[in-house]
Design a protein around this ligand. Structure first.
Ligand code: GTQ
Ligand code: FE2
Length: 359
């Protein structure tokens, strides 16, 4: 006589017993967990809707309490977590004239992309980086940073960090234990803000020309770009110089901000790009395993995104989830559209998991 182990009674007994002992049968449960049901979905955050909330936050929440006045973008696919994608956290952050945000550091790498106001700055490891609209500043993993607004209007920028990735990999740490020697010298003491240890504009002066590397400088900035600031004025010049090329069928005239020493992505986990979509231009659809967050610097348009049409206008933010078909289109026949974007492609490439296909 043989025992029929597939009989339902025996199977139920097995399932119960196996579960009670802390296991789950692979052969019958695969469909439940081999796909990510809690992944990011296409979504847009509208400047027109959120700018008022930023002003309200600035009115009612003093900086002493907020420390950083950021409204974190919540992707509706992520169950209420304040993340844009499985790998990226993003926010609009508002700083009022004269305000300063206290110094801190974290394992997560961060970036800011300025949308509104003059005189906003972030001090990264002692380098005060003053930003104008369209400027990008890097805050690589582990760097101490504090922000402020020396101008006379509100400053608003978009933060993008790889913090969800750092959390997933159990590596997210935070510190506000910053010490530095007093102005006149002596032993380091705790400080709420960094002094400027480096000349303002240092990293663009040293690295910002591209193709010409000062051999007498050797900044140790880990796997991230030694250039902290990428200025819009220079990016715009490059985009205009390249606008008559065919460009990529899917990405058009896209420039990646790279580490000027290695030529690799500006951060080991995240890649940063600026993309010109010319008047009337319609890009071809494709998809890839990386996810991307977009900020509209200029113009308006539409993106076919996983079978839906998502419209966008200046200063809007939107998410392209992993492996989702997409095609961008400039909505104007006469004006440029310019998209800033951050992608987790470098992280996936380093793991050997990046793939893409035209559709
Ligand atoms: O400005 O340093 O949106 O540390 C989230 C975490 C901004 C910042 C965020 C941060 C910051
Ligand atoms: Fe930070």
């Amino acid at each position: 006589m043989t025992t029929n182990v597939t009989s339902s009674g025996a199977e139920d007994r097995l399932a119960h017993s196996a579960a009670a002992h802390g296991t789950k049968p692979l052969w019958s449960s695969r469909g439940e967990w081999q796909v990510n049901d809690h992944a990011e979905v296409p979504h847009a955050w509208r400047w027109e809707e959120l700018r008022g909330d930023l002003s309200l936050a600035a009115e009612v929440v003093p900086m002493e309490m907020a420390e950083r006045r950021a409204l974190l973008f919540c992707n509706p696919g992520l169950g209420g977590l304040p993340f844009m994608t499985g790998t990226m956290l993003g926010a609009y952050q508002i700083t009022r004239p004269g305000e300063r945000c206290p110094v801190h550091s974290h394992t997560a790498s961060a970036s800011r992309f300025l949308l509104e106001g003059e005189g906003g700055y972030t001090n990264v490891n002692g380098e005060k980086c003053v930003l104008s609209r369209g400027d990008l500043v890097m805050t690589p993993r582990g760097t101490f940073h504090d922000h402020g607004n020396d101008g006379d209007q509100d400053v608003v920028w978009v933060d993008i960090l790889d913090m969800p990735l750092a959390i997933t990999l159990n590596s997210n740490t935070f510190s506000n234990e910053y010490v530095e020697a007093p102005e006149g010298g002596g032993d380091p003491v705790p400080a709420r803000f960094q002094r400027e240890h480096v000349a303002s504009g240092y990293s663009t002066r040293v690295y910002g020309t591209g193709g010409l590397r000062p051999r007498f400088v050797n900044d140790e900035r880990g796997a991230s770009s030694p250039q902290f600031v990428y200025e819009w004025a220079q990016t715009e010049e490059r985009l205009n110089a390249l606008r008559d090329f065919d460009g990529d069928p899917h990405d058009g005239i896209l420039l990646e901000f790279v580490n000027p020493i290695s030529g690799e992505s500006a951060m080991p986990t995240l890649g940063f790009s600026m993309q010109l979509i010319r008047p009337g231009e319609r890009l071809a659809p494709h998809r890839h395993s990386s996810s991307t967050t977009y900020v509209v610097l200029r113009g308006h348009g539409e993106t076919e995104l996983g079978g839906e049409t998502l419209t966008w206008a200046e200063n809007d933010v939107f998410v392209l989830p992993a492996w989702t078909e997409h095609a961008h289109r400039n909505g104007s026949a006469s004006d440029d559209a310019i998209l800033y974007s951050v992608s987790d492609r470098p992280a996936l490439e380093r793991l050997g998991w990046y793939r893409e296909e035209a559709v």
